[in-house]
Design a protein around this ligand. Structure first.
Ligand SMILES: Nc1ncnc2c1ncn2[C@@H]1O[C@H](COP(=O)(O)OP(=O)(O)OP(=O)(O)O)[C@@H](O)[C@H]1O
Ligand SMILES: [Mg+2]
Length: 483
């Protein structure tokens, strides 16, 4: 929506690459290599042709020859970099000298390759550069677009469903109407409540969140309405309630379904009459508070079961906003991942660029696991997984071995093997460990004639763990006595 190249599910082409080289052989071999890999390739026969093409079209990456008869690659680089700092440029040089490399990088090349280059390495670096650049560009564009449209730069998402939520938020923010936000745990209900407040005329006043479920009914009432000294045995001094403190601001009732019937009555009264009395007092206090409530259970059902007052329900549910679960808007996952990498990369001082971006990213396999997983804990669970990856990773590419076990289990671990059943030469540590684990388990099972109880004892792990591992590692179980 924001960038025609940004949606990997709709764009079959992996990216547009411009090859600038005066040697026909080199142009052709690069064209074949890159086209087979799924890139759209354009060729320029010399520096002037290359500069003209770059002027006209946008490329995801440029491969530039260092030595050309009309102008040197460095000159071309200098010229391009004066107006375009973004497009990644890889230099191709006949000389592998470090001085050449240093000059190239100084002039703004992103990488360089000496002839004859290693095709696989070249493809790997191209893929990496285009992928990282796209995600970053998409993220920057998205933040800019959201800011222009709503000013919600901390709320990440490009899915249709999130866009609808944000539309609604910007419509309701200016009013005083009560909002009811529903949705599963971790979908961003509190984040949205804060956004409503900060885009309302009350933004300069307080936003007070009340975690209703965490307090006993008595404590909740005194917290909300305040009390006078002596109102109850432990009331040794009088105390102002949240309603008084939130005057002219916003109060956020988290998990509204948990409040007791007595408190429900009092709440209804404040909403209807905009006034209340502190506990033990007969003084009426007038307040102007906007209420936002959140629930992750079906309040309507509680009303039908007689557990929640119907009149209060309708008072609260003036404007309902439903937060979609993350599994129904998976296209938001890569953006959220990039956002949380930046956040935790900065916090942990890990691989951050001067402009505050984190260079850590999941590799394709790990990202696939995240896309396949169904995220019962929604964005919060994803946020935790990324934080963990930042803390545990020692390089900028993060592979499956830092993902939580249950995410891998849900995705069904894939160990790559050749026809003879051997691991590939570039097997990850994770694959090697899993393969070893698998062999040990099969050994133990065979030694115990496939009695899982005995095998678990032998391996000194709980039977339930063995069961999980058998499933995850795809171990075929023969019955006792089978050959
Ligand atoms: N769209 C989003 N963009 C960026 N961060 C998000 C988004 N949605 C949720 N988060 C983050 O995920 C975490 C959980 O969000 P939040 O606390 O708002 O969820 P919740 O729906 O109130 O959950 P619960 O029902 O468990 O209270 C927070 O750290 C929040 O900042
Ligand atoms: Mg919450």
């Amino acid at each position: 929506m924001l960038d025609p190249h940004s949606d990997s599910t709709t764009a079959a082409i992996k990216g547009r690459i411009l090859v600038i080289d005066d040697e026909a052989d080199i142009r052709e071999s690069l064209e074949v290599l890159l086209t087979m890999e799924g890139y759209e390739v354009e060729l320029a026969v010399n520096a002037a042709d290359g500069l003209a093409k770059m002027e006209r079209g946008a490329y995801d990456l440029v491969l530039l020859d260092l030595m050309m008869p009309d102008r040197s690659g460095i000159e071309v680089l200098d010229e391009v970099r004066q107006r375009d700092h973004e497009t990644p440029i890889f230099l191709i040089t006949a000389y592998g000298s470090t001085q050449v490399a240093v000059n190239a990088l100084k002039s703004g090349a992103n990488d360089y390759f000496s002839k004859p280059w290693d095709n696989e390495k070249l493809l790997l670096e191209i893929g990496r550069m285009i992928g990282a650049n796209r995600l970053e560009r998409e993220n920057v564009q998205l933040k800019r677009a959201l800011k222009q449209r709503y000013g919600f730069e901390n709320i990440i998402g490009k899915s249709e469903r999130m866009m609808k939520v944000l539309d609604l938020v910007s419509q309701v923010a200016p009013s005083r109407s009560t909002v009811m936000i529903t949705g599963e745990t971790g979908t961003g209900k509190e984040l949205i409540a804060k956004a409503i407040h900060s885009h309302s005329p009350r933004a300069g006043q307080v936003f007070i969140p009340v975690n209703t479920g965490a307090l006993t009914p008595e404590l909740l009432e005194s917290t909300l309405f305040g009390h006078v000294k002596g109102a109850f045995t432990s009331a040794i001094a009088s105390r102002k309630g949240y309603f008084e403190e939130a005057n002219r601001g916003t109060m956020f009732f988290d998990e509204i379904s948990t409040i007791s019937p007595d408190t429900q009555v009092k709440l209804l009264r404040v909403i209807q009459e905009r006034q209340f009395m502190p506990l033990g007092s007969s003084e009426i206090i007038n307040v102007d508070v906007r209420l936002i409530a959140a629930a992750n259970v079906d309040l309507k059902k509680l009303v039908e079961e007689g557990k929640f007052r119907e009149d209060l329900y309708y008072r609260l549910n003036v404007i309902p906003i439903h937060m979609p679960p993350l599994r129904d808007r998976k296209e938001d996952i890569p953006l959220l991942v990039a956002h949380f990498f930046d956040k935790y990369g900065r916090e942990n001082d890990k691989f951050t660029t001067p402009d505050g971006h984190c260079e850590i990213a999941f590799d394709a396999e790990a990202l696939q696991f995240l896309m396949d997983y169904n995220w019962p804990g929604n964005v919060r669970e994803l946020e935790n997984a990324v934080e963990r990856a930042v803390v545990l990773s020692s390089g900028t590419k993060v592979s499956v071995d830092v993902l939580p076990e249950h995410i891998l289990e849900a995705g069904g671990l894939r160990i790559r093997r050749d026809a003879a059943g051997a691991l590939p030469p570039d097997a990850s540590l994770f694959e090697v460990v899993a393969d070893y684990e698998r062999r040990k388990i099969i050994e133990a099972l065979e030694a115990c004639h496939y009695s899982q109880t005995e095998a678990a004892e032998r391996l000194r792990i709980p039977l339930s763990t063995l069961n999980q591992k058998i499933k995850r590692l795809d171990i075929a179980i023969r019955k006792r006595g089978d050959k």
